[in-house]
Design a protein around this ligand. Structure first.
Ligand SMILES: Cc1ncc(COP(=O)(O)O)c(C=O)c1O
Length: 456
C-alpha cells in the first residue's frame, strides 16, 4: 500500500518502479540522464526509481509513496515543486509561444534582470545548461588570452576539456587531456605551482561543502590577475542560493567571468554567463557560442517569475535560516548519540551534507543503510540537504526525527557488526565528484595523479 512520511512505516512497496526499471534497462543505458539521480545513488531494491509528481517539498513515486525531498532535483528547485507563481508564468508564456524566429522580448528583460542582480554582469549571455556556459567561458578565456591551458577545481560538467581530468575520460583525445590541470581547494600554493604563462583561465567552484579559508578566494583572484589568466567562478550551486548575486556577492570577489544555472528558474533549463564586456564581446567577433534553444521563452518566463519570487520572499535568507535549523539540529543529535566522531553535517546552511568520517568504516555501507531507513520513513535522501523555500519548519523537524531513528539504528548496527547483513538493497556507488586532494599541472596522463572519487 502507498505510504506517507511516518516514523513507523514498513519498507515501501516499489513494485511499479522496479518493473519499469527492468523494462527500461532493455533499451536505456543508463536509465537516468543525470548520474546523481540513478540507481548508483539510490539503492536498488529499497529506493524508488521513478517519480510521478511533486508539490511543495514533497514528491510521489510511481507506486504512490510520498516523500519529503531533500535533493531539489539536484539543485534546480530553489523554491519547490508546482509553485503557482512559476506555473502561471510558464502557462501564460505557453499560450503566446515557446520558441520564436527573432529574439523574444523576454531575452532582453532577463538580460537586464541578471545585469542588475549579478555583481560582475557587465555583460550577459543566456544558454541552456551548466556545461554549456562553463565551456563557453573557457573558450572565451582562450580566445581573449591567446593561451591554451585550463586549471580547474570542482565539477564543471560533461564536456571534454573538464571531464578529461577525471576517471571517466574515455573518448577524449590525449591532446585535449594535456591542456587541463587541477589545483587543490584552500591551497594557494597548489595553484601557484600549477600556473604558468600558457594558462588561459582558472575555473572553480567557490565552495562545495568546506568553506573557503580566509583570503583564499581573494588569493585566487589575485594570482589570476598577476598571471594574466581569466578568473572564472562556477556558481551553479552558489548562485541564487547563498545570496541572490551568488558567491561573488557573498564573499565580495570580482571574477572576470561567472557561470550560473540550476536554481535560477526553479527547474526550467536555462544558464547564464556573466562578466567583463571586453571578454564577452568576442562572441560578436570570432568566438562562436550560439544554440537553437538559447532563447526558449518558457524558461525565460520562469526565470523572471523565479527571480521576482526570490527577491520578494528574500529566499536566500530563508534558505539559510531553514538550513541552519536542520544543520544545528543534526549536529546536536550526533552529539547526543555519541556519533560526532563518525558523522558531521557540514556546508553552508542552504546546502549541507552528512559527511561520514573514515573511522566509521565503509562509508558506502553506512550511507546505504541510512538511505534505506530514511526512505522507509518517507524522506528521499542521498546524503545532501538541498534546502528549498517550500521546506517548512515542520518538515525539517520531521527529517530530524527520522535521522534520530536512522542514525540510532546505524550506530547499533556499527557496534554489533551487522550493518551489511541489514542492507535490503544494493550498496551505493561513490558520488562522481572531485572533492579530494588532487594537484597537477597539465602534463601527459601517464605521469599524473588522476582524480580521486569520494562518497561525500
Ligand atoms: C558546479 C557545477 N558546474 C557545472 C555543472 C554542469 O551543469 P549541467 O549538468 O547543467 O551541464 C554542474 C552540474 O551539476 C555543477 O554542479
Amino acid at each position: 500500500m502507498a505510504q506517507s512520511p511516518r516514523l513507523d512505516n514498513p519498507y515501501p512497496t516499489l513494485q511499479k518502479s522496479l518493473e519499469m526499471l527492468a523494462k527500461a534497462r532493455q533499451y536505456m543505458t543508463p536509465i537516468s540522464q543525470t548520474l546523481a539521480k540513478g540507481p548508483g545513488q539510490y539503492s536498488e531494491g529499497t529506493s524508488p526509481v521513478y517519480l510521478e509528481r511533486g508539490s511543495g517539498c514533497r514528491v510521489w513515486d510511481v507506486d504512490g509513496n510520498e516523500y519529503i525531498d531533500l535533493n531539489a532535483a539536484i539543485g534546480p528547485l530553489s523554491i519547490g515543486y508546482n509553485i503557482p507563481a512559476i506555473n502561471e508564468a510558464i502557462v501564460a508564456q505557453l499560450e503566446r509561444g515557446i520558441n520564436f524566429s527573432l529574439p523574444h522580448r523576454l531575452e532582453a528583460e532577463v538580460g537586464a534582470l541578471i545585469h542588475e542582480i549579478i555583481p560582475n554582469a557587465e555583460a550577459v549571455r543566456i544558454s541552456k545548461t551548466g556545461a554549456d556556459v562553463c565551456s563557453a567561458a573557457v573558450r572565451l578565456a582562450r580566445a581573449y588570452t591567446g593561451r591554451k591551458k585550463v586549471l580547474c577545481c570542482g565539477y564543471h560538467g560533461w564536456h571534454d576539456w573538464y571531464i578529461s581530468v577525471t576517471s571517466r575520460a574515455a573518448g577524449i583525445p590525449e591532446e585535449v587531456r594535456q591542456l587541463t590541470g587541477t589545483f587543490e581547494y584552500n591551497d594557494l600554493n597548489s595553484l601557484e605551482q600549477a600556473l604558468d604563462d600558457d594558462v588561459a583561465c582558472v575555473i572553480m567552484e567557490p565552495f562545495v561543502f568546506d568553506p573557503p579559508a580566509e583570503g583564499f578566494l581573494q588569493g585566487v583572484q589575485e594570482l589570476c590577475r598577476r598571471n594574466g589568466s581569466v578568473f572564472i567562478l562556477d556558481e551553479m550551486w552558489s548562485g541564487f542560493r547563498i545570496a541572490l548575486g551568488g558567491a561573488q556577492e557573498f564573499f565580495g570577489i570580482q571574477p572576470d567571468l561567472a557561470v550560473y544555472s540550476k536554481a535560477v528558474a526553479n527547474g526550467m533549463p536555462i544558464a547564464f554567463l556573466t562578466g567583463r564586456r571586453d571578454i564577452l564581446k568576442r562572441c560578436e567577433e570570432d568566438v562562436f557560442f550560439f544554440t537553437t534553444f538559447g532563447g526558449e521563452a518558457l524558461s525565460l518566463a520562469a526565470t523572471v517569475a523565479t527571480i521576482h519570487f526570490l527577491r520578494e520572499h528574500n529566499v536566500p535568507a530563508v534558505l539559510a535560516a531553514k538550513g541552519k535549523l536542520l544543520q544545528d539540529g543534526l549536529n546536536a543529535l550526533l552529539k547526543e548519540l555519541h556519533a560526532e566522531e563518525y558523522f558531521l553535517c557540514k556546508g553552508y546552511p542552504c546546502r549541507t551534507t552528512l559527511h561520514i568520517f573514515p573511522k566509521a568504516g565503509d562509508p558506502l555501507l553506512l550511507k546505504t543503510f541510512i538511505q534505506q531507513e530514511m526512505i522507509r520513513m518517507g524522506v528521499l535522501w542521498q546524503g545532501n540537504h538541498n534546502i528549498m523555500y517550500a521546506h517548512s519548519e515542520e518538515d525539517l523537524l520531521y527529517v530530524l526525527q527520522a535521522y534520530r531513528v536512522a542514525l540510532s539504528k546505524a550506530m547499533e548496527a556499527l557496534k554489533d557488526g551487522t550493518l551489511q547483513a541489514k542492507l535490503r538493497g544494493r550498496v551505493l556507488e561513490p558520488v562522481f565528484r572531485k572533492v579530494d586532494h588532487f594537484n597537477m599541472k597539465p602534463m601527459p596522463s601517464n605521469t599524473v595523479k588522476r582524480d580521486k572519487e569520494s562518497p561525500n
